[in-house]
Ligand binder design. Sequence first.
Ligand code: IPE
Ligand code: IPE
Ligand code: MG
Length: 246
Amino acid sequence: MPNMDKAISINNQLVKIPTHVAIIVDGNGRWAKERGLTRMKGHDAGFKNLKKLANHIFDRGVKVISFYVFSTENFKRSEEEVSHLMDIFVKMCRFELKTFMKNNIRVIFSGADEPLPKKVIEARDWIADQTKENTGGIMNFCLNYGGRAEIVNAVKRIAAEKNPEEIAELTEQDFAKYLYQDLPDVDFMIRTSGEQRLSNFLLWQNSYAEFYFPETKFPDFNAEDFDQALIEYTRRDRRFGAIKNA
Ligand code: IPE
Ligand code: IPE
Ligand code: MG
């Protein structure tokens, strides 16, 4: 079932609000390079922006935001950059609890454990546990996430738990329950910085999402840019394979 969009008015313009927004936060490195800064400074600016932007997106009425913050492939980067990013994740989990509680946001994660450092796994599981009763919105961090790995992981779990008769009867809805998180499909997928590819992001969940590729690099992608994105989303005709007005 497609998610049912609600509509709100922004500057006297009626816009549709997607239930699940997924964002590939891309361009931190190039943003920093343009300013003569290190890539680490770019990630710091990106995470500062992520916190602000998430508040705005939830204020607009979006229920679930998935942020792609670290792919399984990102372990190919330098030690310095990987460990800086890991430190950012740990700090976010340890120090943002108050904000998540105030805004009633549940924090969850999608991704594999291996080869995350123990301190990241502990901080991740701690914040997820602390916020598990919150009902105002879901922030899904795709951390050490790979879309193909997620599907293979689901297949392995199904094979271990179910007998051949059950597997023969398996539906798409049943399968989706074995993904890292049981979430509604993505309605709107945004990748900042002008790159137009998925890079292994939510392959199953993005099946019928609308895609949007702003040129703005993530640290500069602000509330106004998001509202502009909503205007574009509103213009899209989501047919889900059917013929409208037939
Ligand atoms: C995305 O920005 C952030 C993460 C991977 C965590 P990049 O670091 O990929 O920035 P660019 O693409 O090099 O500009
Ligand atoms: C995708 O961005 C992963 C994240 C933003 C976390 P990358 O910058 O790593 O992707 P590629 O290498 O350009 O495809
Ligand atoms: Mg990138």
